[in-house]
Design a binder for this molecule. Structure first.
Ligand SMILES: Cc1cc2nc3c(=O)[nH]c(=O)nc-3n(C[C@H](O)[C@H](O)[C@H](O)COP(=O)(O)OP(=O)(O)OC[C@H]3O[C@@H](n4cnc5c(N)ncnc54)[C@H](O)[C@@H]3O)c2cc1C
Ligand code: FES
Length: 259
């Protein structure tokens, strides 16, 4: 984990409420891995104290840059949306455990729900580079929350919207069912990030179909480095709890005591 100040290289909206930000990554640091996250110190004037976590959505070793995709939600993300090229941000990274490699020759099926798309884009790019033939299922509330990205030209992608305004009419889980009933019910492994109800439904489906399933959990955080216990979730085994910031954010879905 590194603590450093870096500059904004690029910052722009990619759809209705989501933005992409590229930041300089000192080349001497070990590269971040898909599933890992960073935290940003709230800049002065935001009125916020706690560092804000964001999943890494890409890493470019040639340009020494990392990327996040973020949603404008409150004071810090509103401030980020107004940041200009060259502005400096205080970063802690890389944090948390990354996604594991797909098992054997299982085809990776990646599910992204809403702003959970960031870490799935990074994993998709990394799997494509290594010829692992991933499928990306992207679910959103409506078409205004679906960006157009160069990645989509290179990957098998299924888009689903709750209101049917783009792609399949339904959730990302409906899209997964339709993908599987279309003759793709083979040796697959799930990787997902999105809202808890989506992750819970996917974990249940993975149990019923005896597939491996890895989920990225987003939990409100305090320190983000394992000290405050502010981010725990109930798990099976141990003392019944795991810290999302250090034992996660990536978990085997069977580890989690879904409530
Ligand atoms: C491991 C991890 C990875 C994350 N990755 C991303 C990412 O890639 N992109 C992204 O946009 N966000 C991500 N988040 C969530 C992000 O940290 C929050 O959106 C951010 O902290 C909001 O800060 P704010 O000051 O703008 O809003 P705040 O003023 O803190 O909150 C505004 C509103 O958003 C709600 N909110 C805040 N955090 C969350 C959350 N985690 N889940 C649901 N609602 C929340 C609050 O309850 C409040 O209603 C991640 C969180 C975690 C724990
Ligand atoms: S946020 Fe402090 S222990 Fe995870």
């Amino acid at each position: 984990m590194e603590h450093f100040s870096t500059h904004v290289v690029h910052n722009a909206p990619i759809c209705e409420r989501y933005h992409v930000m590229k930041l300089g990554w000192p080349p001497r640091f070990a590269p971040p891995l898909p599933g890992q996250f960073l935290t940003i110190q709230p800049p002065p004037g935001t009125g916020a104290l706690l560092r804000r976590p964001f999943a890494v959505s890409d890493y470019d070793p040639l340009l020494s840059q990392i990327e996040i995709v973020y949603e404008r939600r409150g004071s810090v993300t509103r401030h980020l949306a107004a940041c200009r090229t060259g502005e400096r941000l205080d970063i802690l990274a890389p944090l948390g455990r990354p996604f594991p490699e797909p098992t054997g020759n299982a085809r990776p099926v990646l599910l992204a729900g809403g702003i959970g798309m960031g870490p799935m884009f990074f994993l998709a790019t990394s799997l494509l580079t290594r010829n692992k033939n991933p499928v990306l299922i992207l679910g959103a509330r409506d078409s205004t929350l679906i960006p157009e990205l160069p990645l989509f030209e290179r990957i098998d992608i299924i888009i689903a919207t709750d209101d049917g305004s783009r792609g399949l009419h339904g959730t990302s889980i409906d899209a997964l069912h339709s993908f599987e009933t279309d003759g793709n019910d083979m040796n697959t492994e799930y990787f997902a990030c999105g809202p808890m109800p989506m992750l819970r439904a996917l974990a249940l489906h993975a149990d019923q179909t005896a597939r491996k399933c890895w989920v990225s959990i987003e939990q409100t955080m305090g320190c983000a480095v394992g000290a405050c216990m502010g981010c725990v979730i109930p798990v099976h085994g141990g003392n019944g709890y795991a810290r999302v910031c250090t034992e996660g954010p990536i978990f085997d879905s069977r580890e989690i005591a879904w409530t």
